[in-house]
Design a protein around this ligand. Structure first.
Ligand SMILES: [Cu+2]
Length: 126
């Protein structure tokens, strides 16, 4: 009987693990087909990653979050300019499909002494 209980416990543990991993998978946002997800974190006074290289024409889903205060994310020469709420207040997502070129992005919310150095670049090549 004890042996049987142990076997049952083991099966239950495995089932629980499977259930947990399923839940985990379904919690993640599934990007649309052909979309490349890039996660970017902002922190005084940098973006990580600060250099993103992609093929021109790729549909990028940029998922941005702040690790400290409110920041902004502005891609110079485009109308993309969004606010990233403070740490713990969630992720902001924006889609960007670059043609070939270099796109500088910058923080657009005054966030402190190093604010103007808070920049990065998306490089899209053919
Ligand atoms: Cu800033």
């Amino acid at each position: 009987m004890v042996v049987l209980m142990r076997a049952v416990t083991r099966v239950l543990a495995v089932l629980l693990l499977v259930a947990l991993s399923d839940t985990h998978a379904s919690l993640q946002d599934t990007p649309a087909a052909g979309v490349q997800v890039v996660e970017i974190s902002a922190e005084r006074f940098s973006f990580t990653p600060s250099e993103i290289r992609v093929r021109a024409g790729t549909r990028l889903e940029l998922r941005l979050r702040s690790d400290d205060t409110t920041h902004g994310f502005h891609i110079i020469g485009t109308d993309i300019d969004i606010e990233l709420p403070k740490r713990g207040r969630g992720t902001t997502t924006v889609e960007f499909q670059p043609k070939a070129g270099r796109y500088t992005f910058e923080c657009s919310q005054l966030c402190g002494a190093g604010h103007e150095f808070m920049r990065g670049v998306i490089i899209a090549t053919e």
